[in-house]
Write a protein that binds this ligand. Structure first.
Ligand SMILES: Nc1ncnc2c1ncn2[C@@H]1O[C@H](COP(=O)(O)OP(=O)(O)O)[C@@H](O)[C@H]1O
Ligand SMILES: [Mg+2]
Length: 271
């Protein structure tokens, strides 16, 4: 049965779009049919991270408004044939998305894909509530810092009250994904530690993604990191998280500091 998963956070710049692309690609690499849907109307970043910006013709709003049919707006990934993108519009009015219209599109996507990953805009306003509205599961993207964890806590409250599932008395299955985890800063006590985050959020952990240049490199060439450099530490962490989403038991790896011998000798931090 199809699963609708929202990638959400409250705070901006924590790694939602990066994670939507990487988890979407990892699920597709695992044989699932996947569509990633950009709900960030106005910003439209997911098509860039997926390397599809020049192929956008129609978008989510066009489909909601009946200007285009769903198949006209869906863009198939060039690398993986079972990975698709439904882009957002950059210019149009944010109020163009209605509950009813989004519900119709999600229902149609459910009949075509195993996984529907919804990339949420930042904030706790309408855009974010629409992105989570029809979700069965949620990945709450959190950075190890106080403001991010606090916003994640608010989003968890919304997942438990403003979703269709919550209104029916059912629950949205929630997972915390810690991203941009910097082991060196964690060791110096400059970041919240993982146990504290999980205690505050009281939600199970689906993965820990290290802060890494590999993420930026992949983003710059428009390729999800799991496809661009599958052996890199962030790619392996995303692939493990996707396997957990598919129900596999995978041991959790806490990113460790990679200090070179010279750096250790000089007491310098690895870049
Ligand atoms: N693990 C990571 N390591 C380094 N940079 C990252 C990582 N995750 C995300 N970023 C960078 O952080 C910025 C914000 O990420 P993005 O996915 O756009 O966040 P959001 O969608 O939550 O606003 C981007 O420049 C992205 O490349
Ligand atoms: Mg984003």
């Amino acid at each position: 049965m199809a699963k609708v998963l929202v990638v959400t956070s409250g705070k901006g710049g924590v790694g939602k779009t990066t994670s939507t692309a990487a988890l979407g690609a990892a699920l597709a690499q695992g044989g699932q049919s996947v569509v990633v849907v950009d709900f960030d109307v106005g910003l439209r970043n997911l098509d860039l991270v997926m390397g599809a910006e020049r192929r956008v013709v129609f978008d989510l709003i066009n489909v909601v408004q009946g200007v285009a049919k769903l198949p006209q707006a869906l863009i198939r990934d060039k690398r993986l044939e079972n990975l698709w993108l439904l882009p957002a519009s950059q210019t149009r009015d944010k109020d163009a998305l209605t509950d009813e219209g989004v519900g119709r599109v999600i229902a149609e996507l459910r009949s075509r894909f195993d996984w529907i990953l919804c990339d949420s805009p930042a904030g706790i306003e309408r855009g974010a509530t629409l992105a989570m509205r029809f979700a069965d599961e949620a990945v709450i993207v959190t950075n190890p810092e106080v403001s991010s964890v606090r916003d994640s806590d608010r989003i968890i409250g919304m997942l438990d009250s403003k979703t269709v599932r919550a209104e029916r008395g059912e629950r949205v299955e929630k997972h915390v994904l810690i991203t941009r985890y910097d082991p060196a800063r964690a060791a110096r006590g400059e970041m919240l530690n993982i146990d504290d985050i999980l205690e505050i959020l009281a939600t199970p952990l689906i993965g820990i993604i290290p802060e890494s240049q590999d993420v930026l490199k992949a983003s710059n060439v428009g390729t999800p990191v799991t496809l661009n450099n599958a052996e890199s530490a962030p790619a392996r962490a995303y692939i493990d998280a996707a396997r957990r989403l598919m129900g596999e038991e995978v041991a959790m790896v806490v990113p460790a500091e990679r200090k070179g011998f010279m750096n250790r000798l000089l007491g310098r931090r690895a870049a």
